[in-house]
Design a protein around this ligand. Structure first.
Ligand SMILES: NC(=O)C1=CN([C@@H]2O[C@H](COP(=O)(O)OP(=O)(O)OC[C@H]3O[C@@H](n4cnc5c(N)ncnc54)[C@H](O)[C@@H]3O)[C@@H](O)[C@H]2O)C=CC1
Ligand SMILES: O=C1O[C@H](COP(=O)(O)O)[C@@H](O)[C@H](O)[C@H]1O
Length: 302
């Protein structure tokens, strides 16, 4: 892609996993409502390419999106316990502002960070916990209707719908990635559900790289690693995007330790050059988070 790529929510966990992996492969515009410290910014990204703005600020978003070829839209409230007023503003209204501005600017490709919680309602009492185990053959493949288990999931389903609209009515290529559970260096510890939907940092960066390079119309795919435990199919991501994940939560013990003789080497450090600090890039969010802490959020694994 010759034109710049706008990454919203660049300072967060997913944004940093992406920048750590493919930070020097694109000309980035980084947008976040929090200023990004140098350690979170790849080399070569100038001050002019960094936007401290809220995604509900239409004017700022239109400025950031001008002349970009693609958008990776991550900014929003990621808490599964997020209240309606927050997801309405940050996730639904914010996504509408970013998608509308992108469509008006003639952006070619738009990758939207959807979530497993858009389909959490399929995890019924009858299906769980078997669903989370390697022997279970039940699969969601992205063609099913959303079935949110919380208001956060509702907001992600709304984002997917906005994407459908901006594809059908404006011709923008849109891919909605229902991200599983991103953690760094090892799958979520002692958490069957999390291990079934683990997305490693390197697979995350690779998947969004494919979203920028592949040719597609409108897609809904699952963003998880190649886990033996899984109830989300990665087939569509492989077929439509050329996704080829490297990691599998089965290569780790239930406690999250690498199993001997398994390939668990992560690709940390590729971008450890001046300024951008790869060792810090994937760390948990800053001590003062944007949103009050999610009581159910995993500890320090992100
Ligand atoms: N981390 C995960 O495992 C998963 C994440 N997701 C989605 O991926 C996206 C990123 O998630 P994380 O990186 O984990 O969250 P995060 O909270 O670490 O990062 C979000 C970033 O967006 C920024 N932001 C939030 N609201 C904003 C607004 N109104 N305007 C401008 N910037 C804003 C924050 O400052 C923060 O830097 C979210 O949309 C989340 O729902 C979906 C599924 C799983
Ligand atoms: O959408 C999200 O999902 C992940 C995984 O969900 P969980 O129910 O296993 O915690 C979550 O960690 C992340 O914060 C959220 O944005």
């Amino acid at each position: 892609m010759d034109e710049p790529v706008l990454l919203t929510g660049a300072g967060g966990r997913v944004g940093q996993a992406i920048l750590r992996g493919i930070g020097d492969d694109y000309d980035w515009r980084l947008l976040d409502r929090e200023p990004l410290p140098a350690a979170k910014v790849p080399n070569g990204v100038t001050d002019a390419d960094r936007y401290v703005a809220d995604i509900t600020d239409e004017r700022a978003v239109r400025e950031a999106v001008a002349d970009v070829g693609a958008v990776i839209h991550l900014a929003g409230d990621p808490r599964k316990t997020a209240p309606w007023d927050s997801v309405l503003r940050n996730n639904i209204d914010g996504t509408q502002v970013v998608m509308r501005a992108a469509a008006d600017a003639g952006v070619e490709k738009f990758a939207f960070a959807s979530s497993n919680h858009a389909v959490g309602g399929y995890e019924t009492d009858e299906r769980t916990p078997d669903l989370y185990r390697p022997e279970d053959e039940y699969r969601l493949d992205g063609s099913e209707l959303p079935r949110p288990g919380n208001l956060y999931g509702v907001s992600k389903a709304a984002g997917e719908s906005l994407g459908r609209f901006y594809h059908d009515e404006f011709g923008m290529s849109v891919v909605c990635v229902r991200i599983g559970n991103l953690t760094k260096d090892h799958p979520p510890r002692e958490y069957e559900r999390g291990q079934a939907m683990w997305l490693s940092h390197r697979d995350c960066a690779h998947l969004f790289d494919r979203c920028l390079r592949a040719t597609y119309g409108y897609e809904v795919v699952y963003g998880i690693s190649n886990n033996d435990r899984r109830y989300y199919s990665i087939e569509r991501a492989c077929e439509a995007l050329g996704y080829d994940p490297a990691d599998n939560s089965a290569n780790y013990t239930f406690e999250g330790e690498p199993k001997p003789d398994r390939d668990t080497e992560t690709n940390g450090g590729r971008y450890a050059a001046d300024g951008f600090d790869a060792d810090r890039a994937g760390d948990a969010p800053p001590a003062e988070p944007n949103f009050p802490a999610d009581p159910d959020a995993p500890g320090d694994d992100t």
